[in-house]
Design a protein around this ligand. Structure first.
Ligand SMILES: [Zn+2]
Length: 171
């Protein structure tokens, strides 16, 4: 089995009014992800949304301005890629989608061997999730067109790091 993990396509990152808006270059990514998700649904992938879901005084706010606070508009998945029935939303409070979440348990129950990743930010939640997945011995792939960051140099660095250090397939 394969899974597609969609990381943090939330209003706070993807909309100009959002608390941590990445920038207008997210537009092509939204369309790419929309098409990819639909294609993977047809291929019977397990579709998993990994979503920042912070408490109001989350410790992460020592590093970043408050964002993705549970129950808020900013924490919601953007309309264009919203989950369908039977798909999974896994809340997270740290960069890795595996840390303190049931993601690994879910993947094991679904007999997933390969995970494919899209989302934001390439150099933060995507990189740490990809690294963790690789260390748990999943096969990992990431879609270049489905990833971005507010810092495009860091985005490129993270892609290199995933490919060269972690052996992740960049599609
Ligand atoms: Zn966060």
């Amino acid at each position: 089995m394969n899974a597609l993990i969609i990381i943090d396509l939330l209003n706070d990152f993807m909309r100009p009014q959002g608390a941590l808006y990445i920038g207008d270059h997210v537009q092509p990514l939204i369309q790419f992800c929309q098409e990819l998700i639909n294609q993977k649904r047809k291929e019977n992938y397990t579709i998993i949304y990994s979503c920042d879901t912070h408490w109001e005084n989350d410790e992460e706010f020592l590093l970043f301005p408050p964002h993705a606070i549970r129950g808020s508009w900013g924490q919601k998945i953007i309309e264009e890629v919203k989950p369908q029935e039977g798909e999974f939303i896994i809340p997270k409070r740290r960069f890795s989608a595996f840390f303190g979440t049931e993601l690994d348990l879910l993947l094991r129950e679904k007999k997933v061997e390969k995970v494919e990743i899209v989302g934001v930010l390439t150099n933060i939640c995507v990189l740490y999730t990809a690294a963790w997945a690789q260390m748990l011995h999943y096969q990992v792939a990431a879609y270049r067109q489905g990833l971005t960051s507010n810092d495009l140099q860091a985005h490129e660095f993270a892609l290199k790091e995933m490919k060269n250090t972690l052996g992740i397939e960049i599609l």
